[in-house]
Design a protein around this ligand. Structure first.
Ligand code: GRF
Length: 193
């Protein structure tokens, strides 16, 4: 079986990246992780990827000035050089310009720690707690130019429990993120979405 080549963009710890790489080891997984890129050279996820045998490189955002597009052009070229066909954002903390979004339209996915369309943007768990929501969760969606608003590919829900704070809720949601993301990406690659 020929497997689709996936590139992952990270900025930090990379736990979702690890779940995508680990899931790709299953013999029936339709994708392989070809490359991990980070805009932050200090991202702990870079070492975690290398430890799992995946090529991982920093393309330091600070070297390209304030303009995001020149930085994205280097990222785009690195992905293409690696033969990447799908891109997964996994805690990538820079808002993309229409250049990179357009270049990967329909083939770039993101995971967001809320039940979209609720709580796009940051501080999702704080906002769910402040609103008194009974449940929280995560969403995998296609990336479009509207932040966290692209077509939804999958969601997972967890209860909000009495006494939850941002940390306990984030942990419960993160465990679901790690299951949802590989499954949603596999479905997209298989053309099931
Ligand atoms: C996750 O909560 C993800 O939903 C959000 O950023 C966080 C990244 O965590 N987009 P990690 O780097 O994958 O551990």
């Amino acid at each position: 079986m020929s497997r689709a080549r996936v590139g992952i963009l990270i900025s930090g710890r990379g736990s979702n990246m690890v779940s995508l790489i680990e899931a790709s080891r299953a013999s029936d997984c339709p994708y392989e992780v070809a490359l991990v890129l980070s805009d932050n050279p200090d991202a702990p996820g870079l070492e975690r990827a290398r430890a799992l045998g995946v090529e991982a490189r920093a393309i330091d955002r600070r070297l390209y000035g304030k303009d995001r597009e020149p930085h994205e052009r280097v990222i785009d070229q690195a992905l293409r050089n690696a033969g990447v066909e799908y891109v997964a954002l996994a805690g990538y903390m820079r808002i993309l310009t229409p250049f990179l979004v357009g270049a990967w339209e329909g083939r770039m996915v993101n995971i967001h720690p809320s039940l979209l369309p609720k709580y796009p943007g940051l501080d999702t768990h704080r906002r769910a707690l402040d609103a008194g929501d009974a449940e929280a969760g995560c969403t995998v969606h296609l990336v479009t130019n509207d932040l966290d608003c692209g077509p939804i590919l999958g969601q997972a829900r967890v209860p909000v429990l009495p006494g939850d704070d941002e940390h306990t809720l984030a942990e419960r949601v993160l465990a679901e993120e790690h299951r949802l993301y590989p499954a949603a990406l596999a479905k997209l690659v298989r053309g099931q979405i």
